[in-house]
Design a protein around this ligand. Structure first.
Ligand code: G6P
Length: 363
């Protein structure tokens, strides 16, 4: 097992550092910035032409990627929502043949997700799975498949598969919008250029990060909060999930604007707030962070250098100034590293957290 970890002490750290490679693999041959086009050759022409709405179903970290994808679809002008797969049987919105149901699952074997996928299929929806595992059950059950090509992920806490899922869903969103509306939803040139720069930019982030000193600085606090708006919201949820999974400390993610509607009652000098800035209504998020800071909470701004939040916050985790569709994914890498170092200080069994399994094949 040590051999498989190479120079790293844990698979999780190795897999965080593999993200430049896993993302290159994900986008290879699929983006063409020079011609401003997305090539998802696995789908025939106009595969998504009749799609009127999209439902994304998933669990855990994959649910956060699904939420990210649903926001990308909405931004592209396609009706979409993300649903927890384990809630699907009791509260799914109705589907018909014009509904595309996308199951997002790293393993392709999560029982909750497979059940929801089968239900959607039985009710007549078109189905697609976004997965890492060729030959997985989800890949066999769904009508269409999009592989994220992240390579094997051993650490129970998902890292590199999250970024690849999110990136593939952003690409898929543009492709669906193109089929449905006759044009991609986003500024494709900027998106594809930034996407092709992303692996190198993550490499830079990994070699310059101060995540370890941030983890040390806030060690022993009572609770850790993560806030974000728009595409920063799923990143905040994922930041908190990762943190609780491997440190066993309490962590919670909130939509920035929701902090004042309840969670603010929990904020004290013992509750650091990680604020994710993705370039969408950042002034509002900064105001929300300041509301926590006024109550004594240290604020860690996850944003580009030179951002106004850097002057206001108590600490800074830097991300590059990039397309707003991708900024949150850089923030996510910084937060993965904070969780890793926090868990390491606590000497937790990082790759195999108590009570958790890599893939949950029971309901
Ligand atoms: C388990 C894992 C999580 C994962 C979730 C969904 O709970 O511990 O890390 O996000 O399953 O897994 P999937 O393979 O469907 O993405």
């Amino acid at each position: 097992e040590q051999a498989g970890k190479g120079e790293y002490d844990h698979f999780m750290l190795k897999e965080i550092h593999e993200q430049p490679v896993s993302l290159s693999q994900a986008i290879e041959g699929r983006v063409d910035p020079a011609r401003g086009r997305i090539a998802l050759e696995e789908f025939g022409p106009a595969t998504f032409e009749g799609v009127e709405s999209v439902q994304l179903i998933a669990c855990g970290t994959s649910y956060h990627a699904a939420l990210y994808g649903s926001l990308a679809l909405n931004r592209a002008g396609v009706r979409a929502r993300a649903l927890l797969a384990n809630e699907y049987s009791v509260g799914a919105p109705p589907v018909d043949e014009n509904t595309l149901v996308i199951a997002v699952s790293q393993s392709g074997e999560t029982a909750d997700t497979l059940n929801a996928l089968r239900q959607a299929s039985a009710e007549g929806a078109a189905t697609l799975t976004v997965t890492n595992v060729v030959g997985s059950t989800a890949a066999r059950v769904a009508d269409e498949t999009l592989f994220i090509r992240a390579g094997p992920e051993i650490g129970v806490a998902a890292t590199k598969t999250f970024s690849s899922q999110a990136v593939m869903l952003v690409l898929l969103a543009q492709r669906i919008a193109d089929d449905v509306r006759g044009g991609p939803g986003a500024d494709l040139e900027s998106l594809l250029t930034e996407l092709s720069r992303m692996p190198a930019a993550i490499d830079d982030l990994l070699s310059s990060t101060n995540a370890r000193s941030i983890a040390r600085r806030y060690e022993g606090c009572q609770s850790y909060f993560f806030i974000g708006r728009g595409l920063g919201f799923p990143v905040a949820l994922e930041g908190a999930l990762k943190f609780k999974e491997i440190t066993y400390d309490h962590a919670e993610g909130f939509a920035s604007g929701e902090l004042k509607h309840g969670p603010l009652a929990l904020v004290t000098p013992e509750t650091p707030v990680f604020a994710v800035f993705t370039g969408t209504e950042d002034e509002k998020t900064l105001k929300n962070a300041e509301e926590a800071q006024t109550r004594g909470a240290p604020v860690i701004a996850v944003c580009p250098d030179g951002h106004r939040a850097v002057d206001v916050a108590d600490a800074h985790l830097e991300i590059p100034d990039t397309d707003s569709m991708l900024a949150g994914l850089f923030a996510n890498v910084q937060l993965q590293l904070v969780s890793y170092h926090a868990a390491r200080l606590l000497e937790r069994p990082i790759d195999k957290p108590r009570n958790l399994a890599k893939s949950v094949t029971v309901e």
